[in-house]
Design a protein around this ligand. Structure first.
Ligand SMILES: *Cc1c(COP(=O)(O)O)cnc(C)c1O
Length: 420
């Protein structure tokens, strides 16, 4: 695609964009004078769909009207409420409905999944993560090692970029597993790296892990609603993701969990139990011996918060109407334009560390600015440009195809160029 570096061209792209109408369905934060922020942190906290208030209000109203009877009498009965989310969420991540459930929060889900899929023995106990793994994932894994009586340093293997490089190479993971696979119990990898924006080939990762009988889990916090991970086909054993980033479901909202169909009926997997992963038919009998449910629902523990799920329902309805294919199509174009404009700045001080191949990234670009410090980020913020700063010198920016425009991207880069 050949792009042009001027405002009217950016506006033309918006005019031709079949999804541009969606921006108006979101609350775009504004400055004191009523100007829209240039919001590039949908990878941190996605913006609020305007209809979400209605979805939450419905549940508040039904709670007021019915009290406990709302579990059955509410317009959207609370008892099966999580089931209203399953099919649409499964579509977003390319899974079968049986494989997906919305529950808990992300780090909690990772732990619950490791109860089942981290089964260390004396000789096969190590865990592989990326060296730039999100801190919560690293802490979670370290604490699992310690919980099982292993040394967190000895037990943790880091898949690192090569010296002088920013991105991970799949051959290096292959090498790690080839050499140390007999000692490795689990690979837990971020599908889209939060720092570099690199989208890894999770199907290949699954194959590599399984070649040495390691379980493979994927953290999709930066993938869900951004890229199309085709979880079922990838063959990974499990995955988890939050819904407050690209899935626009509100701060701290509930998370998604995926367990591959091949494990759906395996009642021998170790797991924690509560009344919500007990067989629905006899759940309220209250005196039955524990009888675990099939599929991802068999990992639930508690009856979930309806107000949070109402926000997720609202958001998934938006995703479902458009479909990930159309979203990805726009996303590649929007990020492509962003990349083009950054490259037009033509400065040796600026480097995009995210892969240039659209198949190896989502919407985020991570821009390294030589000799910059946090003051650059503060100046951007003063100019209504909301980005995310990562020490020592990286600005992470995510143009989100649901609500960011080509004009947003053009204006953002113009401001960045002036500040440099
Ligand atoms: C955002 C994010 C988290 C946050 O975890 P919570 O349990 O939702 O607080 C964890 N891991 C990754 C990779 C993330 O991007």
């Amino acid at each position: 695609m050949k792009y042009q570096n001027n405002l009217s061209y950016a506006q033309q792209l918006d005019a031709k964009d079949p999804l541009s109408y969606l921006r108006d369905q979101f609350h775009i934060p504004k400055d004191k004078n009523g100007n829209d922020w240039l919001y590039f942190t949908g990878n941190s906290l996605g913006l609020q769909p305007k209809q979400t208030q209605k979805y939450i209000q419905q549940e508040l109203d039904d709670w007021a009207k019915y009290g406990v009877e709302g579990h059955f009498e509410a317009k959207n009965p609370w008892l099966p409420y999580h089931e209203f989310l399953t099919e649409k969420m499964a579509k977003v991540v390319g899974a079968k409905p049986l494989e997906v459930v919305v529950m808990n929060t992300l780090t909690t889900n990772l732990h619950l999944l490791m109860v089942s899929f981290y089964q260390p023995t004396k000789t096969k106990y190590k865990i592989v993560i990326e060296s730039d793994a999100f801190p919560s994932d690293r802490y979670a894994v370290q604490s699992q090692l310690k919980f099982h009586g292993f040394d967190a340093e000895d037990g943790l293997i880091e898949w690192k970029p090569r010296k002088g490089e920013d991105l991970l190479r799949i051959e290096d993971l292959e090498e790690i597993v080839k050499k140390e696979g007999d000692e490795i119990a689990l690979l837990l990898i971020g599908g889209v790296n939060y720092y570099t924006g690199q989208y890894l080939d999770i199907k290949k990762i699954a194959k590599i892990g399984h070649s040495k009988n390691c379980f493979v889990g994927i953290d999709l916090a930066h993938g869900a609603g951004n890229i199309q991970p085709n979880l079922h086909d990838s063959g990974v054993d499990f995955a988890a993701w939050c819904t407050y980033k690209y899935l626009n479901s509100g701060p701290g909202s509930l998370a998604g969990l995926f367990v591959h169909e091949k494990h759906a009926n395996n009642k021998d997997l170790p797991r924690f139990a509560g009344w919500w992963n007990h067989n629905k038919e006899t759940r309220f009998n209250m005196r039955m011996p524990f009888d675990v449910m099939n599929g991802a629902e068999g990992w639930q523990l508690s009856n979930p918060p309806i107000l949070s799920m109402a926000a997720i329902r609202s958001s998934l309805d938006v995703f479902d109407k458009i479909g990930m294919d159309a979203l990805r199509q726009k996303s590649e174009k929007l990020t492509g334009y962003f990349e083009f404009l950054i490259n037009e700045i033509n400065s040796d001080d600026i480097k995009i560390i995210t892969p240039t191949n659209p198949k190896e990234r989502g919407c985020q670009l991570s821009i390294q600015v030589k000799n910059a410090d946090k003051s650059l980020h503060q100046k951007l913020t003063k100019n209504n440009v909301i980005t995310d700063w990562r020490e020592p010198d990286v600005i992470r920016c995510a143009p989100v195809p649901l609500y960011n425009s080509f004009e947003d991207v053009y204006r953002m880069v113009t401001i960045l160029k002036e500040l440099l």
